[in-house]
Design a protein around this ligand. Structure first.
Ligand SMILES: Nc1ncnc2c1ncn2[C@@H]1O[C@H](COP(=O)(O)OP(=O)(O)OP(=O)(O)O)[C@@H](O)[C@H]1O
Ligand SMILES: [Mg+2]
Length: 261
């Protein structure tokens, strides 16, 4: 079972879209996939059509005593092999609890250890806040995928995220390989082209050589969680770019596994 955290401390860079698109791609390839919504704003949960009220069971229950298991909390999506665990707004209160309850930073790692083998891939959709939930995700992940908007300001967010990854590596004493996925790329603008080049210059081989283009069709998250119709399953430029990105990420995963063996 491989665990990928999809994280960036900057908001609105495409983390949730990336989680949905990669999860969809993996499931369509026949892998058993679990998506975990770690954002109290619950965009991923909403994409699956689960209402906010009443709050669904979900990630909060991984932190209760005794905790529920991921298998108990996983719900099936419309796409075969694709399940998800909901986020709840009350996740925002965990931060306060963590002051009096040491060990909460490893709740997700422990849940995943117990879940071992039940899914092939677990994708963790992080919130843009560097808090307890992101620390849980980075502590548990085999690797982190950092969607980064191809615009100049987002490069600061990427540098901050790389520092966070280094901090987590020191604390868990295990490498946390990072890959950067340029998102929301508008190749017609100079700012977009410059930002993509700077990302590649600064972070080299960590950066995917291509980029996910701006394509409003992908904003329709309902489409992302629906089973494909008679088309290829990847309508739209952004979704086909995500298909290529997944191939790159899987090839890298293979190399990481070979290096670890
Ligand atoms: N390639 C794309 N083309 C056009 N719109 C996109 C693309 N990727 C994402 N979006 C849109 O941009 C917005 C932000 O994307 P998304 O919610 O995936 O980002 P996020 O990083 O998860 O945000 P947050 O930090 O708030 O959780 C959404 O409205 C989404 O539909
Ligand atoms: Mg999000």
């Amino acid at each position: 079972m491989r665990v990928w955290a999809i994280a960036n401390q900057k908001g609105g860079v495409g983390k949730t879209t990336t989680t949905l698109a990669l999860g969809r791609g993996l499931a369509l390839r026949g892998h058993r996939v679990l998506l975990v919504d770690l954002d109290p704003h619950a965009s991923l949960t909403r994409a699956f059509g689960v209402p906010a009220d009443p709050p669904p069971e979900g990630v909060l229950e991984l932190f209760s005593a005794p905790p529920q298991t991921l298998a108990e909390l996983a719900r099936p999506g419309a796409i075969e092999h694709l399940s998800f665990v909901c986020a709840q707004p009350a996740l925002a209160t965990l931060e306060r609890r963590s002051a009096n309850q040491p060990g909460l930073g490893l709740a997700l790692s422990q849940a995943l250890t117990r879940h071992s083998g039940q899914h092939d891939y677990v994708l963790l959709d992080c919130s843009p806040t560097l808090g307890l939930l992101m620390i849980n995700a980075l502590a548990a992940a085999d690797r982190v995928i950092i969607p980064t908007q191809t615009e100049p300001l987002a490069l600061h967010g990427l540098a901050g995220m790389c520092r966070t990854v280094e901090m987590v590596e020191r604390s868990r004493q295990r490498p946390l390989p990072a890959s950067v996925l340029p998102t929301l790329y508008d190749r017609r603008t100079r700012a977009g082209q410059d930002a993509l080049k700077k990302m590649q210059d600064d972070h080299g081989a960590l950066v995917w050589e291509d980029a996910i283009p701006v394509d409003t069709r992908i904003s329709n998250t309902e489409l992302l969680v629906q089973a494909p119709g008679e088309d290829s399953g990847y309508p739209g430029r952004a979704l086909s770019a995500y298909k290529r990105a997944l191939e790159w990420i899987l090839a890298e995963d293979q190399q990481l596994l070979e290096r670890a063996a």
